[in-house]
Every structure is written in C-alpha cells, then in structure tokens.
Ligand binder design. Structure first.
Ligand SMILES: [Fe+2]
Ligand SMILES: [Fe+2]
Length: 213
C-alpha cells in the first residue's frame, strides 16, 4: 500500500532549496485548494493530492538553468519515477504526471486536458492572488528592494526588478488578470472573491498613502 507521507517527504526535500514563494508552504496551500475545488467539481482527490504535493519539485532545476529547462515537464517526469518507486499503480502515476506537466500552461500549446489538471491549474494560480497573493507580492518587492507603494506614477511604464517593482505593479501587470484565466467554475468563483479583495486593498493602500484615510 503506497504511503502518502513518503511522497510528502520527497516533495519537501525537493522544495527545501526554494524557501520563497514556491516552497513547501505553497505546495500545502495548493493542496488544500485542490481539495476544496476538487470536491466541488467531483474530481479524483487522490490524484489531486499527489499532484499538488509534487507539482513544483523541479523548480530548483529550472532556476539553475536560467529558465531554459521547464519545471512542469521535468517535474512530471520526476513525479512518475517517484510514484512508481513508492508503489502507486500506473494509471494513477500517469494521471498525476499529466496534471503536473500542464500546470504551467501559458495560453498556447496543449492546456490542462483532464478535470484534475484543470483543478491543479486553478489552485496554483489562485495562490498568487487574494490576501495570500498580496502577501507574496510584498515579500517579492522587498527581495528586489522596491518601494512600499507608488500610486503617483504609471506602473505600466516601469520595469521589473527596479525600485518601482512594487506589489502594486505586480497586481497591475499580472495579478489582476488571473481571475480571467480560471478553468473551472469553482476556481472562477474563488478567484472573483480574491480579486475583489485585492482591488479593495490597493484602493485603500493608495488612500492611506495619500493621507486620505
Ligand atoms: Fe509551478
Ligand atoms: Fe506552484
């Protein structure tokens, strides 16, 4: 009988090298979201649990290659080997691997083809928005030495990794588009709530920074 704890341990070891936004905490949040969305959508929760734990296990390799290698493709291959080793049946291994391979879909090529793959995709994207997304954006801004906020300039004309690469820039350039990328009805509903929260947060942040609140 395969043991989920073995899988979690293996994933945790792979993710140790990435303590930031894609470490084990991220995998855990994605796992919980997968349970929530998967249950509502009637997906296979075992496949989702395994896929969520393992989906980013090759990020370190992608980083080390300067983005040449794709962590989704590599991760799918490594997950196959691991799950096979841990005694999972070939069908489960295949289904988990499919989820991981397509979780990074960017709008071209073959997208997530199964229900479980669509749930993992949504869960992974959802973790970039809402209160968690705001938190992650500020952590990233601090890492690149960006300002707290910059409501007086057009952030769309500023560059990444600069002093102006604030959480608000991340929201304007990327995070505000995430709700339109959801692939399941439940994911869409959650994304809308998270989106509204981000809008309200940045509106208030601007008002406070301008001394109006
Ligand atoms: Fe990923
Ligand atoms: Fe991820």
């Amino acid at each position: 009988m395969p043991d989920l704890n073995q899988v979690k341990e293996a994933a945790r070891r792979c993710l140790q090298a990435d303590p930031g936004s894609h470490g084990w905490d991220h995998a855990e949040r994605v796992r919980r979201l997968c349970q929530h969305i998967g249950e509502a959508e009637g997906a296979d929760l075992q496949v989702l649990e395994l896929a969520a734990c393992l989906h980013d296990i090759c990020r370190a390799e992608e980083k080390a290659s300067g983005g040449v290698l794709c962590h989704a493709r590599l991760g799918a291959e490594r997950a196959c080997r691991l799950l096979h080793e841990f005694g999972y049946d070939p069908e489960t291994v295949q289904r988990v691997s499919e989820c991981i391979a397509s979780h990074r879909f960017r709008g071209s090529g073959v997208g997530p083809a199964t229900l479980e793959a669509r749930v993992l995709f949504d869960a992974d994207k959802l973790d970039a928005i809402g209160a968690v997304g705001i938190g992650r954006a500020f952590v990233f801004a601090a890492e690149v030495g960006a300002r707290l906020h910059n409501p007086e300039i057009d952030v769309l004309k500023t560059s990444a990794y600069s002093r102006e690469d604030t959480a608000y820039r991340e929201f304007s350039v990327k995070l505000r588009k995430v709700k339109d990328q959801m692939l399941t009805a439940t994911g869409r509903k959650l994304a809308e709530r998270r989106h509204d929260f981000m809008l309200a947060f940045f509106e208030r942040l601007t008002r406070e920074v301008l001394g109006k609140e």
